[in-house]
Design a protein around this ligand. Structure first.
Ligand code: SF4
Length: 361
């Protein structure tokens, strides 16, 4: 039986009661801080991910959003099993994969693929596009016939909007957007069950970001892909994700359906992230934007109780004494906050529409 915070409605094409594809429970990743050259003494830990629980259902896109250093990319690497968790449990396709090694781990690597942030450094400049996209086939010993492999790669190139005749070209002959398409084609080669996109457009020009986002959304629909989409900007995931998890200093502070969360953010941190999103008509902000001030505290020494209390405009004494639980504050979204934003406060911030159906705080 799932924890209450993992309870989710059936996704597109999913039957009620079906297990989610990915389930993380209390996932923790601490990186030890050591001193001494020979006797490496542990003197502390960077708490990159500190008790994160979420589920991703089949065919769904979950956005994980937060500032640099919030633990979102570490969470992605834990799900991919590129990192081993310090504690917690990870289930993929009904199987506990928290500690798997060897052949079962290789099988998971086939089912879970990643698109990286920087299309420039993730492609080997000395290899042709054909050889880069066919890498996964070589690693997993698939399509060993040369012609068969070439045909599959050219089909993939077509799928992502690249000219198949450019099979023998090198990465430097492509634009940034095209290189990210190459990364997408490589990630799709093995028909993964889960695709993790780690800030896939943040290194690209604004003018081509939308093209790559549209491509990912089209592919997600066409192949019914399950997608975890990592971003530092809530506006990027707005039209991509069915549900959104907002992370701050190693924890999820708010998680729920994108529509509900954008219509009425309850956590002050989500409100601040949304406040930072540029709007076409700046007067809509009415001078009451709640922009974030100060730096993110060190994950080696995070603030006690609510970790956001050192930067939160709504902080009260209780916030530095008691950790707020992640719970539904009346909008169907789970929020970890003692004093969530009210409908009036959100309206004053001039964000996206606060729907009438959502209750006031
Ligand atoms: Fe702000 Fe307090 Fe809510 Fe934390 S618990 S987000 S400090 S109001």
């Amino acid at each position: 039986m799932s924890d209450p915070e993992l309870q989710i409605a059936p996704g597109p094409g999913e039957r009620a009661g079906e297990e989610p594809l990915v389930e993380a429970r209390d996932l923790v990743k601490h990186f030890p801080i050591t001193r001494g050259v020979f006797l490496q003494r542990k003197v502390g830990a960077v708490k990159a991910v500190d008790g994160v629980s979420f589920a991703v259902r089949r065919g769904e896109t979950l956005g994980i959003v937060g500032e640099t250093g919030c633990g979102k990319s570490t969470t992605a690497r834990l799900v991919m099993r590129l990192l081993e968790s310090t504690s917690g449990q990870l289930t993929f396709d009904g199987q506990d994969i928290t500690k798997v090694k060897g052949a079962p781990l290789k099988a998971i690597r086939r089912d879970v693929q990643m698109i990286f942030q920087d299309p420039y450094s993730s492609l080997n400049p000395r290899k042709t596009i054909g050889s880069i996209i066919s890498e996964p086939f070589a690693i997993h010993g698939l399509l060993t016939e040369k012609d068969e492999r070439r045909k599959a790669v050219q089909e993939l190139m077509e799928t992502v909007g690249l000219n198949p005749e450019h099979y023998n070209r090198y990465p430097h002959e492509f634009s940034g957007g095209q290189r990210q398409r190459i990364g997408v084609a490589r990630a799709l080669a093995l028909k993964p069950k889960l695709l993790i996109a780690d800030e896939p457009v943040s290194a690209l020009d604004v003018s081509i970001q939308a093209q790559v986002l549209n491509l990912l959304r089209d592919l997600q629909r066409k192949f019914g892909l399950t997608l975890i989409f990592i971003a530092h900007d809530l506006s990027v995931v707005r039209h991509m994700c069915d549900r959104v998890a907002v992370m701050y200093l190693g924890r999820i502070v708010e998680i729920g359906s994108g529509d509900a969360l954008y219509a009425f953010p309850r956590h002050p941190y989500t409100g601040a992230l949304l406040s930072a999103v540029p709007v076409a008509d700046p007067s809509r902000h009415g001078g009451k934007r709640r922009l974030l001030t100060g730096d993110v505290p060190s994950p080696a020494n995070p603030p006690k109780a609510c970790r956001f209390h050192t930067r939160c405009p709504k902080a009260q004494d209780l916030c530095s004494i008691e950790d707020p639980p992640l719970e539904d504050k009346g909008t169907g979204v789970l929020t970890a906050c003692h004093f969530p934003l009210t409908r009036e406060e959100v309206a004053e911030m001039g964000l996206a529409t606060v729907t009438q159906s959502t209750p006031a705080g």
